[in-house]
Write a protein that binds this ligand. Structure first.
Ligand code: PLP
Length: 426
């Protein structure tokens, strides 16, 4: 079969034609994603390249995983050095590695003191391989705290979550999704969750009972439609958690690490969670890595030998990528860049929104921007954008997601705005 394949000049991993690649994915892969008809061969900074060398602006950044831009040279060097010098391969967490030790310290100190009501003990980090795994770690933490410290009978613990949440796709996490297609037919679902209106503190208060052990929330909802909660919402959650001795968990997998113009989205409201979940950009989009971070007191109370673990969680290659990515985020001021470029871009998109017959609302913070379209068919606009050299996708069907790498420059903003104008105004 390979003989029949069209041969192009080398561009990326293989020289096999796009039609074959699409056929292979359709034939041999699960159809679990709605696809945009594009085969990416290479990526660098904010740009993706197809087999003919045509460049597309990446307005998605892998849902925030590529915050520092694709193939950031410092992160790539860290990974390549590790492989070339024999300290990249998985060993086992039964022994110590310098890469894990250094990564844990870097990540623990990258966040402010979490759960300060338990004392200034520093933070501890539990690493995993992808966002949803760390969400599950956080759920375990809140449940264990509820049982051990609050005396809730094991099996009765409840966690409050929010409508339109997105925390990943594994069984426990889809159990409390309010999006039917994520969970239908995949039962039996995991009990112990109550979903209330996002942004509605009164509903949260009503949902608290003697078995409630925690609250799990995205400080801004990404997949739920690029939603920014009303001011005071996170503060309200903090107050309710303090009053009722609940573990407040922030899932910053998509909105953390500079995306919204601050290092963490919770800084917009000056609210400190008890547990923090990070993923995606924590390795600069080069390797899968995620973490659950909490106050050292809580981590030691909850996780004992044998109560958690992962073969690849915190393995050397991911750790060196993680250290390099956190260095890049800090040293290259990506949060500040996101705030400045995001404010500029949002203003210009709002201006387009005022003149467009299609735009219902432009919302967001930093480079986390959503353009909700009146017709509810954001993907149609994304397909038009692809023809103009921009990769974008929808959030929750009705909203065009604008979340480029945080290194976007003025010229690239001009390019993006010009194409958005064409698609939304004409
Ligand atoms: C807020 C949030 N939580 C969790 C996840 C799941 O992360 P992963 O796909 O790495 O499992 C995502 C992914 O988009 C996310 O946006």
């Amino acid at each position: 079969m390979l003989n029949a394949e069209k041969v192009f000049e080398p561009q990326g991993f293989s020289q096999i034609g796009d039609d074959h690649i699409v056929k292979y994915e359709e034939t041999f892969g699960a159809h679990h994603y709605e696809r945009i008809n594009m085969v990416v061969r290479q990526s660098e900074g904010c740009w993706l390249t197809d087999i003919n060398g045509k460049k597309y602006f990446d307005c998605l950044a892998a849902y925030s995983a590529a915050n520092p831009g694709h193939h950031h040279p410092k992160i790539v060097k860290a990974v390549v050095d590790a492989l070339n010098n024999n300290y990249g391969s998985v060993i086992s967490n039964v022994v110590y590695t310098d890469s894990l030790g250094l990564f844990l310290k870097r990540a623990a100190e990258f966040a402010p003191q979490l759960a300060p009501r338990f004392g200034k003990n520093g933070n501890k980090v539990l690493p995993k391989n992808g966002g949803v795994e760390s969400v599950e770690t956080a759920i375990k933490a809140a449940r264990y705290y509820g049982w051990k410290s609050k005396g809730i009978p094991d099996g009765k613990q409840e966690i409050i979550v929010f409508k339109n949440n997105f925390h990943g796709r594994m069984t426990t996490v889809i159990s409390f999704s309010t999006t039917q297609k994520y969970k239908q037919g995949f039962g039996p679902l995991t009990p112990g969750f109550v979903a209330v209106e996002y942004g509605n503190i009164a509903e949260v208060e009503k949902a608290i009972n003697k078995n409630t052990c925690g609250i799990l929330v995205e400080p801004m909802q990404g997949e739920g439609g690029m939603n920014v909660p009303p001011e005071g919402f996170l503060k309200g959650l903090r107050e309710l958690s303090d009053k009722n001795d609940l573990i407040l968990l922030f899932d910053e997998i998509q909105v953390g690490l500079g995306r919204t113009g601050k290092r963490f989205a919770f800084e917009h409201e000056n609210v400190i969670p008890d547990g923090l979940i990070l993923g995606k950009a924590i390795s600069g989009g080069v390797l899968p890595l995620s973490v659950f971070i909490t106050n050292s007191y809580l981590m030691d109370l909850i996780f004992k030998q044998g109560s958690d673990g992962s073969t690849f969680g915190g393995y050397p290659l991911a750790c060196v990528a993680g250290i390099a990515a956190l260095d890049v985020i800090e040293n290259e001021n990506l949060a500040e860049k996101s705030a400045i470029q995001g404010a500029n871009l949002k203003k210009r998109l709002e201006d387009i929104g005022k003149r467009s017959p299609h735009v219902k609302e432009v919302r967001g913070k930093g480079l986390f921007i959503g353009i909700e379209v009146k017709e509810g068919n954001a993907m149609e606009f994304c397909r038009k954008l692809l023809d103009l050299g921009i990769l974008a996708n929808d959030s929750h069907g009705h909203t065009i997601r604008i979340s480029p790498p945080l290194i976007i420059n003025d010229k690239e903003i001009d390019f993006l705005v010009e194409k958005m104008e064409k698609v939304l105004v004409g």
